[in-house]
Write a protein that binds this ligand. Sequence first.
Ligand code: ZN
Ligand code: ZN
Length: 245
Amino acid sequence: MRGKILSKLKSISISTPNWSPGLVFQPNTALQQTSNLPQKQNNHNLPTLTKEEKTDSVLMHDDDEAKSTADIDPALQISTSEPLISDFDEKCPPGGKDILVLYTTSLRGIRKTFEDCNAIRFLLESFRVSYSERDVSLHLEYRHELWEVLGGRVVPPRLFIRGRYIGGADEVVGLHENGMLKNLLRGLPLSLSNRGCGGCGGMRFVLCLGCNGSRKVVVSENGGLSVVRCPDCNENGLVKCLVCS
Ligand SMILES: [Zn+2]
Ligand SMILES: [Zn+2]
């Protein structure tokens, strides 16, 4: 019996010369392990992992980090103190359940607000992550939905990831400086186009063709002509770009 096992071990060590160090076959442990196993284990082409090795490999390949790091040496737990997306308040702007939504303004009225918007936009673009930008100065509806979802008259920029409210410029820049923002962006679709859109040049809105941006159209009414509000565009005479919005 012992001779039989040893000859098997011999053939294993010959047939598996290229295993990575983590899977190096230990004849001593393997001998103990094999002798405890029933005879039906005939296929010895693959080395048998010890219990510890099995646990390690499961942990290493587990996608659920929070769960898998629970049993690891505290010194190795680098990611558990970092915020998870589920740590943030569930406040979802319309259509924002699975995407990143950034409310901005392109008005330069308040310099800090304008510069904050640019900073967050630049940050997201440096991560090459795809996001839905909603410029409240171009589209009143965006301002209303932002105020509604946050329950107050807040100013941009405001960042939402997968229906969770991350914060304004200070919070987002703070997360980035602590190296935590990339964790929250993980798994989001990447931006394919480098910058801008062929349809709108990156503005996400184009001038309404129905009224040429005047917001007024002439219609025939009761046998005469009258000027009415253009039904196609927003308060700025703009419509969403069909290419990118
Ligand atoms: Zn129009
Ligand atoms: Zn576009």
